[in-house]
Ligand binder design. Structure first.
Ligand code: ATP
Length: 512
């Protein structure tokens, strides 16, 4: 059993007295307690949600502690091309030309020595995120470090030493995986450098040295939603509705730019000093092929079509079933993940848990009706969860399509029922968002004018009080780490050309 919360969930009962969790302790769930699709919600939703049991003190496990998904890309999916060893001189030349133009576009004026480390904020698959202070301006940033060796060398190849034969071997054998890892590394920088949204973290600089890549991000001092969930156990419905609205503004914005986020989880939702939610970690985000002009062109990108992605990726507990099954998927997968996150905020854990994606997929498949929802949730929350957590993406609420009421009924599908099971009511007008001022939120004004439901306690920004001591007590030095494959990194350093970036002066001024 993963969560000790499971035990407590066993004691919880639904409206009809049935248990949330089967007596065998497995949380394979059978009945979805949602109201009829398309029904007029306002007429029969209860206004007052019952208090949510707090689940305080229940231990939470970081989902990033799970084994990272192996990336499986079926043969029929196209790949973004990144220059790798083994590509023909012409395509390499072409890539280098692109890289040169990137370098011209950016001003490469910062390096590691401009920043003083303060403390560690977090740790991910490829390195640490460190709170740093600009030595000349004393401004604080979150510096995300990515080890080149970790990106270039697949873990399974680590034992290979770095003589020339083996080097070629490594790079050809894992060529497509390497392309994927490089693609993601560049995508994070490219996406963040081209987007500006109140609920998305800002990127100010990117640079690299012989061993690492560095992303200098806006420091979000309120810590992870994960940290606050750990403290509160669960959140009340109004709070959940508020975060849901802020996250969905960010997701809708990303989707409109042709980007699928693919890694929504409480660890990647940060709270700023005013308690507003900011998405971070775009390492798994995907740029759609048609939209590349909108989000930058640092590298040649054939790309997967946003309507049909295939890579199996993400944190399995928040991952849409179609991804877990290796089926084609679209941006709609992010709305399933949002459903998992809402469930987690209300109940204390995601709907299906397990140590790997197979176990989770099994549970989802066994569970014909979708997850059971506890009696204490309001009808509104049950309705939203039922609509987002649909196993079949076609039946799932297409939030992008049904985002808000539009006057144009003629061309749009709004108001019509294409398919009996398809949800066609608008997201923003849902009853759970009755207290949300969408206009204010979407314009970013609510961030400036209002406080979020949980305002983090910050006595000194440098103390990073809202981050786990597991990280803040960590040494930011990498002294213990002997860089594996240093020779490989040196020889393939050209792969990272074009990574450096500096935000425009006006952008920097606006945020400091
Ligand atoms: N801008 C930021 N401000 C404050 N803290 C941050 C910021 N960006 C990241 N962090 C902290 O660092 C942690 C790890 O960052 P991030 O998720 O980007 O790394 P990652 O290597 O992609 O992680 P993972 O492998 O778990 O996906 C975050 O969960 C958060 O706690």
């Amino acid at each position: 059993m993963i969560f000790s919360l499971d035990e407590e969930l066993q004691n919880l009962r639904l409206d009809d007295g049935s248990a949330i969790i089967d007596d065998d302790g497995d949380d394979d769930i059978s009945i979805s307690k949602t109201i009829d699709e398309g029904a007029t919600l306002r007429t029969h939703l209860s206004v007052d949600a019952k208090p949510i049991p707090s689940q305080k003190g229940v231990s939470r496990r970081r989902s990033s502690a799970l084994e990272k998904f192996q990336v499986i890309t079926p043969a029929n999916s196209s790949k973004i091309k990144i220059p790798t060893i083994g590509t023909s001189p012409t395509s390499l030349e072409k890539s280098e030309n692109l890289i040169e133009s990137c370098i011209k576009r950016s001003s490469l004026s910062r390096d590691l020595y401009d920043f003083k480390p303060v403390r560690v904020l977090g740790k991910g698959a490829y390195g640490k995120v460190i709170l740093v202070k600009d030595k000349s301006t004393h401004k604080l940033y979150a510096m995300k470090q990515l080890k080149k060796a970790e990106i270039i060398i697949d873990n399974s190849n680590k034992e290979v030493d770095s003589d020339d034969d083996n080097l070629d071997n490594i790079l050809t054998k894992s060529d497509s995986d390497l392309s994927k890892r490089l693609e993601r590394t560049f995508a994070e920088k490219t996406i963040l450098s081209d987007l500006e949204h109140p609920n998305i973290v800002k990127l100010f600089y990117a640079f690299h040295d012989e061993s690492k890549l560095y992303l200098l991000l806006q420091y979000i001092p309120g810590g992870e939603l994960f940290f606050h969930l750990k403290e509160h156990g669960t959140l009340q419905e109004d709070t959940v509705a508020f975060y849901t609205a802020e996250i969905s503004c960010a997701l809708k914005f990303l989707h409109s730019k042709g980007i699928v986020y693919r890694d929504l989880k409480p660890e990647n939702c940060l709270l700023n000093e005013r308690g507003h939610l900011v998405l971070t970690d775009f390492g798994l985000s995907k740029i759609a092929v048609e939209q590349n002009e909108d989000v930058g062109e640092d590298h040649e990108a054939e790309g997967e079509n946003i309507t049909e992605l295939y890579s199996i990726i993400g944190t399995p507990e928040y991952c849409a079933p179609e991804i877990l099954q290796g089926l084609p998927y679209s941006q709609n997968c992010d709305w399933y993940s949002l459903g998992c996150l809402i469930y987690d905020m209300l109940i204390g854990k995601p709907p299906y848990t397990g140590v790997n994606h197979k176990i989770i997929l099994n549970k989802i498949q066994k569970d014909k009706q979708g997850p059971k929802l506890p009696y204490y949730l309001s009808d509104g929350m049950k309705d939203v969860l039922g609509a987002l957590l649909k196993k079949e993406s076609k039946k799932r609420w297409d939030v992008d399509q049904y985002w808000k009421e539009t006057n144009d009924k003629s061309g749009s599908k709004q108001g019509k029922k294409k398919n009996k099971k398809e949800r066609t009511s608008t997201f923003q007008s849902h009853f759970i968002f009755r207290k949300v001022d969408w206009k204010l939120m979407e314009s970013g004004e609510s961030q400036k004018k209002t406080l979020g439901p949980i305002v983090p306690i910050i006595t000194n920004w440098e103390l990073a009080e809202n981050f786990d001591s597991e990280f803040t007590s960590m040494s930011y030095e990498d002294s213990e780490e002997i860089i594996d494959g240093i020779e490989i990194v040196r020889k393939s350093d050209y792969l990272f050309k074009g990574f450096s970036y500096k935000a425009s002066g006006s952008y920097l001024e606006r945020y400091f």
